[in-house]
Ligand binder design. Structure first.
Ligand SMILES: [Zn+2]
Length: 361
């Protein structure tokens, strides 16, 4: 069934009205505006016009990214703002350029269960992703099993082609290089490589490359994906993450690596049309998934995963903290080596003793 009009679609086919997790939202100062909880409440407090409901927004404080507030006080302020609402989860914003990992350590020590990951923005801070100041933060994320959300952006020309001459400071390739040093730590490329047209192909290529090589744990969110044609890029990314059309694909369904997000309440998600723009963005994506001949058979599942399950699994499901304990197999191996060493030592002593007594004779 071709879907041309979402209102008509729902009137003829009763479907599960979706729960939504918006995995990318903000409060704080940006572009001479100060965004507060009330700018986000409009999305979560009532049902959207398409009957979807935003169950949770995952928020980070721009004040910390801009260095207006420090990493302890700024993130604590965000926590106090949202502490009484179940509709929000928080990422701890980081400022590797001017901040200090001890502030983040103190934050997680005082509030061990209140932040679901870390947020970075190399553009705002103009800090190259190869800079060693990211390392203590990434190590902290790795030790504590925290997903890290990075602003990502590709340099494109006016026509949407990638500019190969100048790599953007937040280029997905640079994020990938950093992520490879912490291969188990989930690293989310926000905006699927913002820019437009080929920018998203480049980010998707890197996601696919990391899956094939198995050398990083990359994800992406769809906030700011090409405003004119977001749906095409998102459908394309889902298909590639499922290996559709790739005869060498042996990696199963990896579409869990892509999740819904908007960057609300920035830019187009404010003002009188905010709810309409937000709902239209959701519906354009859903409609494209339902209309794609490869995705159509499992469209409802793909939609639930993209808009809800994937973010829930990554950010909101308690993970086991990695331990340094050896797995049973290597324990067994270690035991065998110890036994072999003991036998070697005992037989050495026996030979020595027997030679020694021989020479005495
Ligand atoms: Zn953002």
């Amino acid at each position: 069934m071709k879907v041309d009009n979402w209102e008509h679609y729902y009137s003829v086919r009763p479907v599960f009205m979706g729960k939504i997790i918006d995995s990318h939202a903000h409060i704080g100062r940006h572009d001479n505006r100060n965004y507060s909880k009330s700018d986000l409440d409009i999305f979560v407090k009532s049902e959207l016009p398409n009957k979807d409901s935003v169950e949770k927004m995952i928020v980070s404080n721009l004040d910390v990214l801009h260095g207006i507030k420090d990493e302890f006080e700024g993130n604590k302020a965000a926590l106090e703002t949202f502490k009484d609402s179940k509709s929000y989860a928080l990422l701890a914003s980081c400022n590797p350029k001017d901040g200090d990992i001890s502030k983040i350590e103190k934050l997680f020590k005082e509030y061990p269960n209140d932040f679901v990951g870390l947020k970075f923005h190399s553009d705002i801070q103009q800090l190259n992703l190869a800079d060693k100041r990211y390392e203590p933060y990434m190590k902290f994320a790795s030790d504590n099993n925290l997903p890290c959300l990075f602003h990502s952006q590709v340099n494109t020309f006016q026509d949407g082609k990638v500019n190969p001459g100048v790599r953007h400071i937040s280029d997905p390739e640079s994020i990938y290089t950093l992520a490879k040093k912490y291969p188990k730590t989930p690293v989310v490329m926000a905006h699927l490589g913002a820019g437009w047209r080929e920018a998203h192909d480049k980010a998707t290529d890197i996601l696919v490359e990391s899956i094939k090589k198995g050398d990083a744990n990359l994800y992406a969110d769809v906030s700011w994906v090409d405003i004119d044609d977001a749906q095409t890029h998102i459908v394309n990314a889902i298909k590639r993450l499922k290996g559709i059309g790739d005869k060498d694909w042996t990696y199963g369904d990896q579409s869990c690596r892509l999740m819904f997000g908007t960057d609300a309440p920035l830019a187009r998600f404010q003002g009188n049309d905010a709810i309409k723009t937000y709902t239209d963005f959701i519906e354009r994506i859903k409609t494209s998934i339902r209309n794609d001949k490869d995705l159509m058979p499992e469209a409802d599942k793909i939609i639930d995963d993209l808009f809800y399950n994937n973010a829930k699994k990554l950010y909101l499901t308690k993970k086991q903290t990695p331990t340094t304990e050896q797995p049973p197999r290597s324990k067994y191996k270690a035991l065998l080596w110890a036994l072999a060493a003991a036998i070697a030592v005992i037989s050495g002593i026996t030979i020595y003793k027997s030679k020694h007594s021989d020479s005495k004779r």
